[in-house]
Design a protein around this ligand. Structure first.
Ligand SMILES: [Ca+2]
Ligand SMILES: [Ca+2]
Length: 337
């Protein structure tokens, strides 16, 4: 069921009551010019992190947001566990075109459809009516026999994972991105299309994205907003890169985390000029502004050192063709450069 059918009438009702309240307020003012309604308590720049009243644990990651995403192979089975729901037995999972069954009071077992694509699930706390949207992306399998996938150039991954570490396994599949799904939100403040490789070529395009990266970016964004900058998203300069593209831009690192979907080069760009904002307010955009962002990433890392969000961070100063930025990834071990 579409959660909007639950939410929207409620919003209309609230709005109607508000308008009615204004009319009554105007009427009781005795015909004088009605006073303008007071400004909302929150400033226009207030950032809404968009967390739900409960979390959902998928693949060992506890996700608190109202919009979440995960990536699965066709027919793969996943356990979706509710965390922090007062009456978890009252949860309901709506999973159109796929199979879902409750296995414990807190856990639903969902089997991905066999057909690649985007599937929208809704997990509802029927006690409170609160719903979380789960955007499930079923990957298009890729066997690495060819350098191309449906006309999109992938290139060649290293056959052997780095030091036998499974996070460097060749990907089994890719998310197919089209104009129809590139604006689907993978979390409250990020869309699928923000993680696309910058290589030339039309749709369909393909990418990989690992869930902990999306969460890490959301948490960084929330911290950034505590500076009072009013950022609605982070500018993702480069996230997924195909091995082909990575080589074409001159990178010699054959095991870059960008190839495996858990790295992003980011900066804060609230004025939309395509480069980092002056975060430290010294009137210029320099490496110092990347340092401000890096300190936020480090603070987050210090709060959760053993979390799935542990990873690498690199600070990059400005170049003639671009501003400063910060690289973050969730490779599972702390690395700094
Ligand atoms: Ca800017
Ligand atoms: Ca500055």
């Amino acid at each position: 069921m579409d959660p909007m059918t639950h939410v929207f009438p409620g919003k209309i009702l609230v709005l109607s009551l508000f308008v009615l309240g204004l009319m009554i307020a105007g009427a009781t003012a005795g015909g004088d010019t009605p006073s303008l309604p007071e400004a909302p308590a929150a400033s226009p720049d207030a950032f809404e992190s968009d967390k739900a009243g409960f979390s959902v644990k998928v693949k060992d990651v506890v996700n608190p947001y109202r919009v979440q995403s995960f990536f699965v192979m066709p027919g793969e089975t996943l356990d979706l566990e509710t965390v922090g729901m007062t009456r978890p037995e009252a949860s309901r999972l709506d999973a159109p075109r796929s199979l879902a069954a409750r296995v414990t009071e807190t856990t639903w077992r969902w089997t991905a459809p066999g057909r690649p694509g985007h599937y929208r699930l809704t997990l509802t706390d029927t006690g409170t009516g609160e719903a979380v949207t789960l955007n499930a992306f079923v990957l298009t399998p890729f066997d690495h026999q060819d350098a191309w996938l449906n006309g999109y150039r992938i290139g060649a991954y290293q056959q052997e994972p780095l030091k036998g570490n499974p996070i460097y396994n060749r990907p089994q599949g890719f998310v197919e991105v089209t104009p129809a799904n590139r604006d689907v939100r993978v979390s409250p403040h990020f869309t699928l299309g923000q993680f696309l490789c910058k290589q030339d070529g039309g749709y369909p395009k393909y990418l990989i994205l690992r869930e902990p990266l999306v969460l890490k970016l959301e948490m960084i964004l929330e911290e950034v907003n505590k500076l009072g900058v009013g950022a609605r998203t982070l500018h993702v300069m480069s996230a997924f890169r195909t091995p082909h593209y990575n080589r074409s831009i001159g990178n010699r690192t054959i095991y870059s985390r960008h190839l495996y979907g858990d790295a992003a080069d980011i900066f804060v760009d609230t004025d939309g000029d395509g480069q980092m904002d002056d975060l430290n307010g010294d009137g210029q955009v320099t490496t110092d502004d990347a340092q401000v962002l890096a300190r936020i990433v480090d603070r987050h890392a210090a709060q959760a050192p053993h979390h799935p969000f542990t990873g690498g961070m690199g600070i990059y100063g400005p170049k003639p063709h671009r501003g400063p930025f910060v690289h973050v990834d969730v490779r599972g071990q702390r690395v700094r450069w």
